[in-house]
Design a binder for this molecule. Structure first.
Ligand SMILES: Cc1cc2nc3c(=O)[nH]c(=O)nc-3n(C[C@H](O)[C@H](O)[C@H](O)COP(=O)(O)OP(=O)(O)OC[C@H]3O[C@@H](n4cnc5c(N)ncnc54)[C@H](O)[C@@H]3O)c2cc1C
Length: 386
């Protein structure tokens, strides 16, 4: 692995840095999905997404035809580094950009691509992902939301999805449904690109302990979805959904940048602490540094693989495990250094600490990632299926 950036990437960094210095809305800096999202803030974040897209910085690795620059994975990393360096606001459409758009590029018709990709890139369409159900999470293939043909060119969807991030703000949903009612498990599933304004959709917000309002439960009561909004062939839903989750896990590789910044903040808090740092604190911090250094190397490895044209593989599961471990360690260290002050009185640490249990569950739990690694990397016997 060559850890030096090629000259073209250095030139790109200078271009991005100059543009961000001139255009970044400073008052939005620091915003993440863990923070509350008011309608006014949503519109400002959409506006920032549009500004990035119009300047060609919205998704630099996307093909030029779809509004990107056709740049490589290294330029994509440089872009992420420069955004993180200035603590730029997180993307308001992360599911659309990271999970849905690459899936539409892989499986979509030319009409679906031209309809949705520019809208995702410019933040005009915010997307959510309707996979989990009250009785189907890790065992996703047991999902029961049903989409039945009504005899014409329409599917009629009924069921309930839960833990759908951004559902309360989204224009569209990548929805995993059962299209063959006689099928079981991974067979007979399809993915639909559902308009969230359709009649019969009810979104019920689920408050979280971070104070954010990004979560919701969504019910579908005889919602009519045109057959042209199916992504991929009928019955290919499992393959499409697993591809989407692969892109989601690969996206975790870039998160080390923000993790690294958080670690530096904890470090500073320890150094400034009256009486200095105890041996236990130094030990905790050293462990955090080792984890984030490992995470960085793993992320660079994933990026190198992507630059060589390889699709995201099971190593993304390893990056996710390490990211979760590093975030937990940082949250623990912040709690140990600051005590109760870490989570009260508008503490900047409160959202991170409260969000840290959830990240071990989102996008596939720690146990499920370990199963993926055991089976696909270590070649151990498959997990017994009930
Ligand atoms: C922050 C966050 C964001 C999310 N965003 C979305 C979203 O946008 N869209 C969406 O569809 N879902 C989303 N989810 C839901 C998430 O995908 C599910 O919560 C997750 O897949 C786990 O499913 P579950 O909650 O039903 O738990 P279960 O599957 O019921 O798991 C319960 C416990 O049992 C363990 N377990 C289950 N099966 C096994 C096994 N085979 N071997 C060993 N241990 C096992 C799990 O690891 C877990 O500890 C989100 C969740 C969180 C926390």
């Amino acid at each position: 692995m060559d850890l030096d950036y090629p000259p073209a990437a250095q030139a790109f960094r200078a271009e991005v840095r100059a543009w961000l210095e001139a255009n970044l809305p400073r008052d939005l800096c620091g915003w993440t999905l863990r923070d509350p999202l008011t309608p006014e803030l949503l519109e400002r974040l959409r506006g920032w997404q549009r500004t990035l897209a119009d300047a060609g910085f919205g998704a630099v690795a996307w093909p030029v035809d779809h509004g990107g620059r056709g740049a490589g994975a290294v330029e994509q990393l440089v872009m992420a580094e420069e955004l993180a360096r200035l603590d730029a606001p997180a993307a308001v459409n992360p599911i659309g950009l990271t999970n849905v758009a690459p899936s539409i590029m892989a499986f979509g018709t030319s009409e679906q691509r031209s309809r949705h990709l520019p809208a995702i890139l410019r933040g005009d369409e915010i997307w959510c992902q309707g996979f989990s159900e009250p009785d189907a999470g890790s065992d996703l293939a047991s999902l029961r939301t049903l989409a039945e043909h009504d005899g014409s060119d329409t599917l009629v969807v009924s069921g309930t999805k839960i833990w759908s991030t951004l559902a309360g703000h989204a224009e569209r949903c990548e929805l995993l449904v059962r299209t063959d009612p006689s099928s079981r498990h991974h067979e007979g599933l399809s993915v639909l690109l559902v308009d969230m304004a359709s009649t019969g959709i009810e979104v019920r917000p689920l408050p979280t302990m971070t104070g954010g309002n990004e979560f919701a439960e969504v019910s579908f009561d005889a919602v009519r979805v045109p057959i042209g909004d199916r992504l991929g062939p009928a019955g290919s839903g499992w393959r499409v959904a697993m591809t989407t989750l692969g892109f989601e896990r690969a996206g975790v590789a870039n998160l080390f940048l923000r993790t690294d910044a958080r670690l530096r903040r904890v470090h500073d808090a320890v150094v400034r602490r009256p009486g200095g740092a105890s041996a236990t604190m130094i030990d905790r911090l050293c462990r955090c540094h080792v984890d984030t250094a490992l995470l960085r190397l793993l992320a660079l490895r994933a990026i190198t693989a992507a630059a060589r044209g390889r699709a995201p593989g099971p190593e993304a599961s390893l990056a996710k495990l390490l990211w979760v471990r590093a975030e937990h360690a940082i949250a623990e260290a912040a709690g140990a250094v600051l005590g109760p002050d870490a989570v009260v009185g508008g503490s900047p640490w409160a959202a991170d600490i409260c969000a840290s249990p959830g990240i071990a569950i989102a996008g596939g739990t720690t146990e499920i990632q370990k199963t993926i690694l055991a089976e696909r990397v270590l070649g151990l016997p498959r997990d017994p299926q009930p």
